[in-house]
Design a binder for this molecule. Structure first.
Ligand SMILES: *Cc1c(COP(=O)(O)O)cnc(C)c1O
Length: 241
C-alpha cells in the first residue's frame, strides 16, 4: 500500500514543478501563483501532510465540514477560503471560520456579509476593518454552475463597492467549463481576466486576484493570469464523496 503522506508529498512536488513551468512559459513568476489545497472530503491526516509540505492555503466548500474540521484541528492553523455556494443563513458562521469568501455572486449575499462584518468589527473595536471576498463569475454559462453572469458582473462589483464599505473585493473567481477542449477552457479563463482588467479600470479597485484553475486545467489558467489555483484531486487523489 502506498503511504498517503508520501503520495501527497510527491503530488505537491509535481504540481509545484508544473506551476513553475507554466509560469515560465507565460513570462510570469511562480511566486505570484498561490497553490490552494482543496480539502473537501479529505481527512485531517491528509490535510496535515499537505500542510507539512508548506501549503498555507486550503479551500472548503461547506460551512459544516469546515466547522467540524476546526473543532478537531491540531497545530498551526492554515488560511482557508470558502469556495462553495454560500447560503445567506450560513454567512455569519462562514465569516467566523473562513478567511475569505470566494463565492460571492449576489448583492443580497454581499449585504449580509456587510452587516455581519460591521457588527463583528464594531464589537472588536476596529470599525474600519474589511472582510475579503471574491466575486464568482459563471464564465461558461453552464446552468449547473453558480456565479454571476459576465454581463452582470460589473454592476455587481459597482454596487458592492458603494453599498458594502466593510467588504473588500479582492478579485474574481471561476470554475472552468466542463470540456476537454483546451481552446474553450483557455477562452473562458481569458474572459475572466479581461473582465477583471475592465472592472479594475472602471472601479479603480486593485482586484489583484484571479482564482481559476483546478486539477485538470490549472496550467491553462496560469497562462491566462491565474493568481490562485484550487487543486483537490491532483494533490489528494480521487475523492470518495
Ligand atoms: C472541488 C473544487 C475544486 C478542486 O477540484 P479538483 O478537480 O479536485 O482539483 C476547485 N474549486 C472548486 C470551487 C471546487 O468545488
Amino acid at each position: 500500500m502506498v503511504n498517503l503522506r508520501d503520495e501527497i508529498t510527491r503530488n505537491i512536488g509535481a504540481i509545484r514543478e508544473k506551476i513553475a513551468s507554466s509560469a515560465a512559459k507565460s513570462g510570469r513568476k511562480p511566486e505570484d501563483i498561490r497553490l490552494m489545497g482543496v480539502s473537501k472530503f479529505q481527512p485531517l491526516e491528509a490535510i496535515y501532510a499537505a500542510r507539512d509540505c508548506g501549503l498555507s492555503l486550503f479551500g472548503e466548500n461547506k460551512v459544516q465540514e469546515r466547522e467540524e474540521k476546526i473543532a478537531r484541528w491540531e497545530g498551526s492553523r492554515a488560511e482557508c477560503h470558502m469556495i462553495g455556494h454560500l447560503q445567506k443563513n450560513k454567512a455569519r458562521k462562514a465569516l467566523e471560520i473562513f478567511d475569505c469568501i470566494e463565492s460571492v455572486d449576489s448583492l443580497e449575499l454581499a449585504l449580509v456579509i456587510e452587516r455581519v462584518t460591521r457588527e463583528r468589527f464594531e464589537t472588536a473595536g476596529r470599525a474600519d476593518g474589511r472582510y475579503p471576498v471574491m466575486i464568482e463569475v459563471n464564465v461558461s454559462g453552464e446552468e449547473t454552475k453558480h456565479g454571476i453572469s459576465p454581463e452582470k458582473s460589473f454592476a455587481l462589483i459597482d454596487e458592492i463597492a458603494v453599498k458594502c464599505p466593510h467588504v473588500e473585493i479582492k478579485g474574481l473567481m471561476t470554475i472552468g467549463p466542463l470540456t476537454d477542449d483546451e481552446k474553450n477552457i483557455g477562452a473562458a479563463f481569458e474572459l475572466l481576466r479581461n473582465l477583471r482588467d475592465d472592472a479594475r479600470k472602471r472601479s479603480g479597485l486593485a482586484l489583484e486576484h484571479l482564482s481559476m484553475g483546478m486539477s485538470g486545467d490549472y496550467a491553462l489558467a496560469i497562462t491566462e493570469g491565474s493568481t490562485i489555483v484550487r487543486i483537490g484531486a491532483a494533490i489528494f487523489g480521487a475523492r470518495s464523496g
